[in-house]
Ligand binder design. Structure first.
Ligand SMILES: C[S@@+](CC[C@H](N)C(=O)[O-])C[C@H]1O[C@@H](n2cnc3c(N)ncnc32)[C@H](O)[C@@H]1O
Length: 224
């Protein structure tokens, strides 16, 4: 097989309808703060706090992008007794994540699909996902949530941060501008409440919207 087509077929990005970001990998860390008005650091801090980590957990980060949150979580944990696994379908994002996280022994990055995770049942104590679910359509949202249910242990915590139904005029303006800018149907689904619908239908033991931010971002805490 020619090298180029070998690379194409081994990149999970070519096996999903999810909006993958290989093309954005080199500049993602510069653009992400602009897209969230500089608030993404705070969302990561809140997500880590909600996981209530003890130090020795196995943690999954789905749609990890360049792995900033995975790396922060790995630093929160005891290096010898824990493992953080970041998963993204875009091989170029995973390359950047591996370069950034290479110094941490308890950190691993895999190029894989959220809707088809390559891990055994109950592999993780908890999981997190930030700004990933508005990159996949409703059927994939359902499949990715089912994979979270399968791979996280019973009783484990799952934190999801993403675009949600707007709760005020400013939030509506931001959310609809994002949809119009990127022409991304998956964003419109979230604005119309379909992320919440998928979460509610996934069979978790409990679902809580913990907080809303900027009128269009929600943080959900689920128990498996
Ligand atoms: C907006 S980025 C979020 C990255 C990171 N979690 C953050 O908060 O900055 C969404 C990520 O989802 C990834 N993605 C899209 N479809 C996917 C899929 N089916 N499975 C895994 N990752 C996917 C993209 O490649 C991209 O890196």
């Amino acid at each position: 097989m020619p090298v180029e087509s070998q690379e194409r077929s081994s990149n999970p990005a070519n096996q999903t309808s999810g909006r993958t970001l290989d093309h954005a990998a080199p500049v993602y860390d510069l653009l992400a703060p602009l897209m969230t008005f500089g608030l993404e650091r705070g969302y990561r801090r809140r997500a880590r706090a909600l996981l209530k980590l003890q130090g020795n957990e196995q943690v999954l980060d789905v749609g990890c992008g360049t792995g900033t949150l995975s790396r922060e979580i790995a630093r929160d944990l005891a290096p010898q007794r824990s493992k953080v696994v970041g998963v993204d379908a875009a091989a170029a994002m995973i390359d950047v994540a591996r370069r950034k996280g290479s110094a941490l022994a308890n950190l691993q990055f895999d190029a894989a699909l959220a809707e088809q995770l390559p891990y055994a049942e109950s592999s993780f104590d908890c999981a997190v996902s930030t700004f990933f679910f508005h990159h996949i359509e409703f059927a994939l949202k359902q499949r990715a949530l089912a994979e979270l249910r399968r791979t996280v242990k019973p009783g484990g915590r799952i934190v999801i941060v993403d675009v949600d139904t707007p709760s005020n005029a400013f939030g509506a303006l931001c959310a609809w501008s994002g949809y119009l800018l990127f022409r991304q149907e998956e964003i419109r689904e979230n604005i119309r409440g379909r992320l919440r619908e998928a979460i509610d239908g996934a069979g978790f033991a409990s679902v809580q919207r913990v907080s809303r931010h900027s009128g269009y971002i929600s943080i959900f805490l689920l128990h498996n």
